[in-house]
Design a protein around this ligand. Structure first.
Ligand code: MN
Length: 248
C-alpha cells in the first residue's frame, strides 16, 4: 500500500510519528503535514496567502513534507502537486485530544481525512482522548493497524471515512459507534490584560446531550476504541423528506 499521512498537530508531534511507524508495517508511507500546530482549524483552507512545502526530517528520522497551511491544505496539495501517485489510503493523526462527539466538527485531524474522501481516497482519522504529548499511544496504534487492515481488506463505502478515537494505554477492543450529540458549556474564561482590558480564553466543559450504547462517548467511557463512519454530506435527509411535503 502507498499511504499518505497528515495531522493537525504538526509534523513534529508524537502522534504522527506513532501513526507513521504503524502505517509503515503496511507499505510505503508519505507524510505531508502542517509545519505548526493547527488544532481546531476544522476544514479551513488557505486562500489569501501562498503555501510553502519544505522537505524535513521527523524526529524518528523519517522523511516528511512540512506545509505552511491547514490539514485540508496538506491533503489537497499532496494530491495535486506533491505526490506523483494516487495513495491507496490517507491517514490523519494520531491527534493529541479527543475528536469524538461535537469535537468532530472542529477537528483539523478529521478534516484532513474528510478532504481525502472528497478527493476520492479511503481515509481514517485517529485520535487519542488523552491530550498529553506523553500519552501512551500503543492502543491507538493497535486500533489504527486493525482499521488499516480492515480498509485494505474490505474497502469503505464511497465518501465514508472512519473517525477513530481511543483512550491512552493498551487497546481493550474496538466498537462501531455513532457520533454523540454533544456541546461545550461555560466556554470562555475572562481575564484582565496588563492594560486593564478584558480578554477571553476558550475552555469549556464537554456536555453530552445524548444516550445509548452505540455512542462514541459511551464506548470510550467503557475503555473501548470508538470507530464512527462519517461523511461530509451535511444534508439532513430525514428533515428533507419531511420538509418536502410543504413545497414553496
Ligand atoms: Mn490536534
Amino acid at each position: 500500500m502507498r499511504i499518505l499521512i497528515c495531522n493537525d498537530d504538526g509534523y513534529y508531534s508524537n502522534g504522527i510519528l506513532a501513526l507513521a511507524e504503524t502505517a509503515a508495517r503496511f507499505g510505503e508511507v508519505h507524510v505531508v503535514a502542517p509545519d505548526r500546530q493547527q488544532s481546531a482549524v476544522g476544514h479551513a483552507i488557505t486562500v489569501t496567502q501562498p503555501l510553502r512545502a519544505d522537505h524535513v526530517l521527523m524526529r524518528n528520522g523519517m522523511q516528511a513534507t512540512a506545509v505552511s497551511g491547514t490539514p485540508a491544505d496538506c491533503v489537497k496539495l499532496a494530491h495535486d502537486k506533491l505526490l506523483d501517485f494516487k495513495p491507496d489510503l490517507v491517514l490523519s493523526g494520531i491527534n493529541h485530544g479527543s475528536n469524538a462527539g461535537v469535537n468532530t466538527i472542529y477537528s483539523g485531524t478529521v478534516s484532513a481525512a474528510t478532504e481525502a474522501t472528497i478527493l476520492g481516497y479511503p481515509a481514517i482519522a485517529v485520535s487519542c482522548t488523552e491530550f498529553s504529548e506523553k500519552a501512551d499511544l500503543s492502543g491507538c496504534c493497535d486500533a489504527a493497524a486493525k482499521a488499516i487492515a480492515f480498509v485494505r481488506d474490505h474497502g469503505l463505502p464511497p465518501s465514508v471515512l472512519l473517525n477513530i478515537n481511543a483512550p491512552a494505554g493498551p487497546l481493550k477492543g474496538m466498537k462501531w459507534t455513532r457520533q454523540a450529540n454533544s456541546r461545550y458549556v461555560e466556554e470562555f474564561e475572562q481575564r484582565t490584560d496588563p492594560y486593564n482590558r478584558p480578554y477571553y480564553w476558550i475552555t469549556g466543559k464537554f456536555e453530552l446531550r445524548d444516550e445509548g450504547e452505540d455512542l462514541d462517548i459511551t464506548a470510550l467511557q467503557a475503555g473501548y476504541a470508538a470507530v464512527t463512519p462519517i461523511h461530509y454530506d451535511l444534508t439532513n435527509h430525514q428533515a428533507l423528506e419531511t420538509l418536502r411535503r410543504n413545497p414553496f
